[in-house]
Design a protein around this ligand. Sequence first.
Ligand code: 13P
Length: 251
Amino acid sequence: MGKVVAGNWKMHHGPVAAAAFFSRFKPRFAPDSVEILFFPPDLSLAASMETAAVPAGFGVQNIHSAKEGAFTGETSAEMARGAGARFALIGHSERRHVFGEGDAEVSAKAGAAVRAGLIPVVCVGELLGERRAGHLEQVLRRQVGAIVEAVAAASRFMVAYEPVWAIGTGETATPGDAAEAHAIVRSALGELASAPILYGGSVKPGNARSLMSAPDVDGVLVGGASLDPDVFGRIVEAGAAAESVNPVREP
Ligand code: 13P
């Protein structure tokens, strides 16, 4: 399988903008060379799925861990699945650090996603202070350790390594930094080590190919650069090109 190139639109692109995006999104890549995923806002999921002309998987950016209930403003995994989502981001750094989700909540959400038949894409990553203090490995092992049981029964799942200091800052981990962190994540995954591990944090057309050519980097999770169809299309093309120069994942 080729690289995974995923776009997390965060709170951008309502239904009209989503349809406009897909009217212009026409990357050139060989079929099967890249798996494209989109995480639009919930309210744009239907418009996105209806207007996408390129084969792509769709998911939601967050779910609640309960099936239903008095949780104003929340969406359950079952509802997301019912609306056509196949994937769910779980524990994105903005959920952890802006909305205060801890490891236990992230684990509960991962379990809820699996039970609803969604493919969890669990996000992990260290703060700058944690990296500077030499705690990279400890943080990643803790975050991955918190979810392995919850996703053990999943037919498929992915991890996204997103160093918090590289998100939306223009600072990017080097391919070497990414490879080092991904190797830690893979080791922490134990029996689940074959899961794809995506890198996220200021991925752009100019760095996407070298990042995806690094050992253990199976794809990218792109924020800001996924909002423009031409820019994101160039990252998709970089993913198609990277596969041929990364022998690490060749069967
Ligand atoms: P940026 O690509 O904007 O840094 O965001 C990364 C991210 O958080 C993707 O989930």
